[in-house]
Design a protein around this ligand. Structure first.
Ligand SMILES: [Zn+2]
Length: 151
């Protein structure tokens, strides 16, 4: 069974909504600029790359689709894996002068309800570094454990 079904289900709904919007844009484009019916000999030419206004509009729709995919993925990375709320309170750690080995800079964001923390590496030295999601079992229990300690 999929562990974070709510998280991935939300992404699937966003992706389907984006696909529906792009499909509606393409249908509107076909209504706005119907097939010109260019015939060369016995072949009917495809209007892509033959009809400049339609081709430009089609590429505009493609650009909107790429932007929607980017925004959907960017928004999904900013959300809690459990409750889907936006992660908050960004805290930077590490340093840029020791980024290669010892203390790579990263930004941590936490769920406002304490479900987990997302650590996003800022320095990609040899390859793109992956984000890591750390689950908090019970944030109140952790706070109570820290309560008795001296700083
Ligand atoms: Zn949460």
């Amino acid at each position: 069974m999929l562990k974070n079904w709510k998280y991935w289900g939300y992404f699937a709904v966003k992706a389907m909504a984006a696909a529906g919007l792009v499909w509606a844009l393409l249908q509107g484009l076909n209504v706005w600029m119907p097939e010109p019916g260019i015939v060369a000999g016995q072949y009917r030419l495809n209007r892509f790359a033959q009809h400049l206004p339609w081709t430009a509009a089609f590429l505009g729709v493609w650009l909107v689709a790429a932007g929607l995919i980017y925004v959907a993925i960017w928004d999904q990375k900013q959300r809690c894996r459990v409750c889907l709320r936006r992660l908050r309170m960004p805290v930077g750690s590490g340093s840029w002068d020791r980024a290669a080995l010892f203390s790579p800079p990263e930004t941590q964001r936490i769920c406002p309800y304490g479900h987990g923390t997302l650590a996003t590496p800022e320095a990609h030295v040899a390859a793109a570094q992956r984000e890591t999601w750390t689950v908090h079992e019970d944030i109140w229990k952790e706070l109570k454990e820290l309560e008795g300690r001296e700083p």
